[in-house]
Design a protein around this ligand. Structure first.
Ligand code: PEP
Ligand code: MN
Length: 360
């Protein structure tokens, strides 16, 4: 797939002087609820109203959406407030109904992106559409699966494409419902700099108190927009109650988020940036040199262990080192998570080198 410059054009056509904001409830529940939220968001920086009408739930027996009747409510939203409308589609029947109802934006949910069969079915059903189609990342941290989904839509001649980052599930402990794994999105941005990327802080956070900061982080990383679940009575929402915020809170957030410039031409800024980047380059080079030196020492230890026939892995010593590094890292404002990731990677590399020596 080539990096199509026209990707961003659907976004620039909105002619916004701020990132695109999609707001609205996790699920459409009743006509009154939908219209109440839409009217509260009307006139704000929210451009698009979202509402799930078919809800993919992890366990059966939970509220699974109001179904096609919700399309009529969304039509009223558009007529009464001028907001564009967005829903999730998960099969070809949903696509047909959404296109017939003139929904403006269709998104593919995280549980659908994991399945190439489903994504292909949706791509076929939407072939050649001029509607905007957004694809969420798959639930698992697999960039290729996400790229594959984008490619399937592109091959079906859909050109108003975008991606939604909603975090990734993890087996480890995390304060987030779905870990942000920002590096995966940064890789996606590098591959397709012109593909609009929207952050969904609601499904990343899973709880409303984290949403402001995660959204700000996304804006700092030049995301093109945000999709934030908002509900007139969040605590009593029929789905995702803990992560929804009121329309008023969302409106306040939009006032408080800082939108950074991508870059500015100003000479003093450019020269300071150049200096700082030169420093970073020097430090990175030293890091590489140090790591190279460290591997050489690890190899010498490997030689020694080999002659004395001692096992490569010495768990006790390694756990002591990690504990000390976490403490020392705190003094340098380095998070425990970072220290663990970094030293595990370094340690693994040392073990690989030593194993090569054992193999001769
Ligand atoms: C949603 O947007 O309500 C939703 C179901 O999200 P996800 O596909 O990210 O789980
Ligand atoms: Mn939801």
């Amino acid at each position: 797939m080539k990096n199509d410059k026209s990707f961003k054009s659907w976004l620039t056509n909105f002619d916004l002087n701020h990132p695109l904001v999609i707001g609205g409830p996790c699920s459409a529940e009743t006509e009154d609820q939908v219209l109440k939220i839409a009217h509260e968001l009307k006139g704000s920086d929210v451009t698009v109203f979202r509402a799930g009408i078919w809800k993919p739930r992890t366990r059966p027996g939970n509220f699974e959406g109001v179904g096609a009747i919700g399309l009529k409510w969304l039509k009223k939203v558009k007529e009464q407030t001028g907001l564009l409308t967005a829903i999730e589609v998960a099969n070809s029947a949903h696509c047909k109904l959404a296109l017939d109802a003139d929904i403006d934006i269709l998104w593919i949910g995280a549980r659908s992106t994991v399945s190439p069969f489903i994504v292909q079915e949706i791509a076929d059903a939407l072939d050649g559409t001029d509607k905007i189609v957004l694809i969420k990342n798959p639930v698992n941290p697999d960039l290729d699966l996400w790229l594959g989904g984008i490619e399937r839509l592109y091959k079906s001649n859909i050109r108003k494409l975008g991606a939604i980052h909603r975090g990734f599930s993890t087996s480890g402990k995390s304060k987030y419902r779905n870990n942000p794994e920002w590096q995966i999105v940064i890789e996606l941005q590098n591959k397709f700099p012109d593909l609009p990327i929207i952050c969904d802080p609601s499904h990343i956070c899973g709880r409303r108190d984290l949403i402001f900061d995660i959204s700000q982080r996304a804006l700092d990383l030049n995301f093109d927009g945000l999709m934030v679940e908002s509900h007139c009575d969040p605590d009593n929402a029929w789905s995702d109650a803990k992560q929804q915020i009121t329309p008023n809170t969302l409106i306040q957030f939009m006032k408080d988020w800082k939108i950074r410039e991508i870059t500015i031409a100003e000479e003093s800024y450019q020269s300071s940036l150049k200096n700082l980047r030169a420093k970073i380059d020097v430090i990175d080079q030293s890091l590489l040199d140090l790591l190279g030196d460290r591997m050489k020492v690890a190899e010498s230890i490997g030689e020694l262990k080999k002659t004395k026939n001692v096992a490569v892995l010495q768990n006790k010593r390694w756990n002591e080192i990690l504990g000390k590094m976490i403490l020392d890292g705190q003094d340098r404002k380095l998070s425990e998570e970072f220290i663990l990731r970094m030293f595990k990677a370094i340690h693994q590399e040392s073990i690989n080198h030593q194993q090569n020596i054992f193999k001769g």
